[in-house]
Design a binder for this molecule. Structure first.
Ligand code: 8GP
Length: 851
């Protein structure tokens, strides 16, 4: 066949390019060439930014070769491929990660040195690719890394937003959003595939056509507005393998088709303006996390992305297998990352029925074998519902298909549960008032598997939001894949010293444990080794120094690396309860002040009450989320007062790190002693930063929620500080708040009083926050968990000890450091490699290729 001929003629990996990662001479030669040709500059006029661009181009060339070979090999092997559809890929920086996965960090460092540059300075030039909001987007980024590293054939499909998540500035304690135009200096890590163009239509009308041959009526959609989807490809290198998958991100571009009616009517400007509007589809990422805003442009983004991706997938399939549609599910698995890509279900059904002429049932059985859906939240405000009117206007044919899918589905329910009218009403994909399409229901009906992202969450969806579907489809359709993180970025890259110490102890000079994270278990044998504990502690101390330097640079606040670093960084959300944390900080401050006023000395306070600590916050609030912004404001105002209070010295500091993002997380996670994962039980589906902190030797204070439950099971109850009411009590407590009133404990009342007495600035600013607790039912159970939180702190501070510990004197920290080692040793389960293996085996039915 043509492919065999192709294969035999295929050039072997070009030696010259590939060798840049292995030889310093070659690297330097290529680097200079890129400075002089790609950048059009001279070596005498090459700053760090230009060095970053030239170095990236050099490494990217090597990657592209692997990438092209991988694609060719996968095409020839003709196995099943996984497509991960995600509206968000929160990639962070690419260069450091590529150096690690290609194992050419040392060479690059030395080459750059010889050329007069420092690797860290060069790496710091790279803007984050921040094409995501938080956990959901970062999970997708970890998954593509694992797909490559574990030798799967797997592509990501997303959008190439010109503006990623906004840049957060803190001005007078308020969050101010600035646009993140991350492509300012172009992006060396992407290959623009201008030749890959797929037309995508919107609006228009549906008409019927009579087929004289079959006597059947065929439906056709005549779109009213056409936009082109143009591909940009990001090669995704695997660790320790040549397998380099593709992340294809679409750009919206105008077509060349010109509106002649407008033109002839003399309205040239109008006609061009309409074309320009096309690009707005992929211009900006919606900045909401766990919340849906329901904007028309968002639905346009979703369809644009889904249509382009599916047509790309179908085109690839047809090239190899013509119209042998029965084979489609053996070749293609599509994972829906949340409900955002659910229109793909409808689009594939449309392609098969309207364009390819398959019978409805045959098409539907193909569709449902291909798709699987991951749910990431149980929170009502995050579940997508699109008004029927809007869907019908934007995608008239799709709305008809949705109605048909619903009709056949409800008929099936009626057959299984005759006469259960209420069940039929409850599971209908169409909500009657206001008339809207429930995307999660459509995703369930269109998929063969539905999964949650941690055990507790996967159980919860079966008993709450999707309960009726368990009844209809059976429990086997619902499964769990507990989230994970890639240890390449979140250990080796973020914490090179700890990664090196572990490699040494595991007698693993090649760092193979990074793709076999269960090996960490062997660290347990060193938990009583004095020297080892000393080294472990010294690394943490060093990482804390780095974090302190970052804090100084960004906020001008000095924090002492020998105090407890108590961190909460994540999106700001009432359910994540940063308010609980800051209220406890206020309580601590007021209590310290009271003790001082009674003549208790600082030394006595340290010894008998509170250890010195720095509370470190960070995270963005959705621009339209007033309460989250109020929480940020309160944290900053509390910080201003406490940090300026000379009387308490380093006993307490409060900082808010502005513009929390992936590259800052890489400094923050290794530098924390303690991190907060304190969501109201049952609200945080999984959490993944809990895993990042624990893998870097930080301990956790947390509620019995999300993946905290499994982390506890793995590392042991004695190594985590759990507190708070359990998920099973939440409903009852909320009910009680509403019907019997909220009971604010004395300790929290003291905090409210101080805020109302304007200790932290105008009380008006924080009124809504306090009112939501005191008068509006305290939905997130701050009052119920407040004192339990204070108690958990007392306990953990006893373990940490009273006078800190510097790099050499670990002293009393013995117990804490042991817990840290013990945790890391048992975090192997949380590698995203394990997740991908589970998806592959239980959901996608694919196997890795043997490289
Ligand atoms: C997040 C969950 O909140 C977090 O617990 C989990 O670790 C992460 O997904 C990855 O699974 N969920 C979302 O970001 C989310 O559901 N966003 C919805 C608007 C879609």
């Amino acid at each position: 066949s043509q492919l065999t001929i192709l294969d035999s003629k295929r050039k072997q990996p070009s030696d010259t390019v590939k060798s840049v990662v292995d030889s310093k001479e070659k690297f330097e030669e290529e680097f200079v060439k890129h400075v002089e040709t790609s950048l059009g500059r001279s070596m005498y006029n090459c700053d760090d930014l230009a060095a970053y661009q030239a170095a990236s181009n050099t490494i990217r060339d090597a990657l592209i070769i692997d990438w092209a070979n991988t694609q060719q090999k996968q095409t020839i092997q003709d196995g099943k491929r996984v497509y991960y559809l995600s509206l968000e890929f929160l990639m962070g920086r690419a260069m450091d990660n590529a150096l690690i996965n290609l194992k050419c960090e040392n060479n690059t460092r030395q080459s750059l040195n010889e050329l007069g540059f420092n690797l860290e300075d060069v790496l710091n030039q790279e803007p984050d690719a921040a094409l995501g909001n938080g956990g959901l987007g970062r999970l997708a980024a970890c998954f593509v890394d694992s797909l490559s590293s574990k030798n799967y054939s797997g592509w990501g499909y997303g959008l190439n937003y010109q503006y990623g998540i906004f840049e957060q500035k803190i001005i007078d304690g308020y969050q101010i959003e600035a646009p993140d135009y991350w492509l300012k200096y172009s992006n060396p890590w992407v290959l623009d595939r201008n030749e890959i163009q797929i037309p995508v239509d919107f609006y228009g009308y549906v008409y019927e056509e009579h087929d004289p041959n079959t006597g059947k009526v065929k439906k056709n959609w005549n779109g009213g507005e056409r936009v082109l989807a143009v591909a940009s490809d990001f090669p995704i290198p695997g660790y320790n393998t040549d397998n380099t998958n593709n992340l294809r991100l679409w750009n919206a571009k105008p077509t060349n088709e010109f509106d002649f009616t407008k033109f002839n009517a003399g309205d040239y400007q109008q006609s061009v303006a309409a074309q320009q509007r096309a690009e707005s589809i992929t211009s900006v990422l919606y900045p909401n996390d766990n919340f849906e805003s329901g904007k028309e442009l968002r639905l346009k983004q979703q369809y644009f992305w889904v249509a382009a991706s599916l047509h790309d997938i179908v085109r690839r399939f047809k090239k190899q297998h013509k119209q042998n549609w029965k084979k489609f599910p053996d070749q293609v698995a599509i994972q829906l990352n949340d409900t955002h890509p659910t229109l793909a279900v409808v689009e594939l059904q449309r392609i098969l029925v309207d364009l390819e002429g398959l019978e409805w049932n045959e098409a539907w059985s193909i569709v449902t074998s291909v798709f699987a859906y991951t749910n990431h939240t149980v929170m009502a405000e995050a579940l997508e519902k699109w008004p029927v009117d809007l869907v019908g206007r934007l995608l008239p044919r799709h709305l008809e298909i949705i109605y048909d899918i619903n009709f056949f589905f409800l008929k099936e329910v009626e057959r299984k549960f005759p006469g259960d009218r209420d069940l039929i009403r409850r599971v209908s994909i169409i909500d009657e008032s206001p008339k809207s399409v429930k995307m999660a229901f459509l995703a369930i009906v269109g998929s063969h598997k539905v999964n949650g992202v941690a055990e507790l969450h996967s159980e919860l969806i079966k008993t709450t939001i999707f309960k009726d579907f368990v009844k209809v489809f059976g429990a086997e359709k619902f499964t769990n894949v507990t989230n994970g993180i890639t240890p390449r970025r979140w250990l080796r890259q973020a914490n090179p010293k700890l990664a090196a110490l572990i490699a040494e102890k595991l007698n693993d000079p090649e760092y193979d444990y990074l793709t076999n994270l269960g090996k960490l278990k062997q660290l347990e044998q060193f938990v009583d080794d004095e020297d080892f504990l000393k080294q472990w502690h010294a690394i943490k101390f060093d990482n804390k120094r780095k974090l302190a330097a970052l804090v100084k640079e960004l906020t001008d606040i000095d924090i002492d690396p020998s105090v407890l670093f108590d961190v909460q960084v994540k999106r700001i959300h009432e359910y994540k309860r940063q308010q609980l944390n800051i209220f406890a900080v206020i309580y601590r401050y007021l209590h310290i002040k009271e003790l001082l006023s009674k003549g208790v000395t600082i030394e006595e306070i340290k010894k008998n009450y509170y250890i010195p600590k720095a509370s470190i916050f960070g995270g963005k609030a959705a621009p339209g989320y007033y309460m989250a912004k109020t929480i940020i404001h309160l944290i900053n105002k509390v910080g201003e007062v406490i940090n300026a209070d000379k009387e308490i010295g380093n006993l307490l500091k409060v900082v808010f790190i502005p513009d929390y993002n992936v590259s800052k997380a890489e400094i923050i996670c290794p530098g924390s002693d303690l991190s907060n994962h304190i969501s109201t039980a049952g609200t945080e589906a999984s959490g993944t930063s809990n895993m990042k902190f624990a893998l870097n030797g930080g301990l956790i204070i947390g509620t019995v929620d999300g993946a905290n439950v499994e982390i506890t099971r793995e590392i042991g109850e004695e190594n985590i500080f759990l507190f708070g009411n359990l998920a099973e009590s939440v409903e009852e407590l909320r009910h009680k708040h509403v019907f019997e009133g909220v009971n604010v404990p004395e300790t929290l009342q003291v905090v409210f009083n101080a805020i109302e007495k304007e200790v932290f600035g105008p009380a008006d600013e924080f009124k809504s926050l306090i009112d939501s607790i005191r008068y509006h039912g305290d939905y997130y159970l701050v009052t119920d968990d407040f004192e339990l939180f204070l108690d958990a702190h007392k306990k953990l501070e006893k373990v940490y000890g009273h006078d800190g510990g510097d790099a050499t004197d670990r002293g009393h920290l013995q117990e804490w450091v042991k817990k840290s080692v013990w945790s890391v040793a048992n975090m192997g389960f949380f590698s995203s490699d394990r997740c991908i293996d589970e998806y592959a085996e239980n959901i996608w039915n694919v196997e890795p290729s043997n490289q």
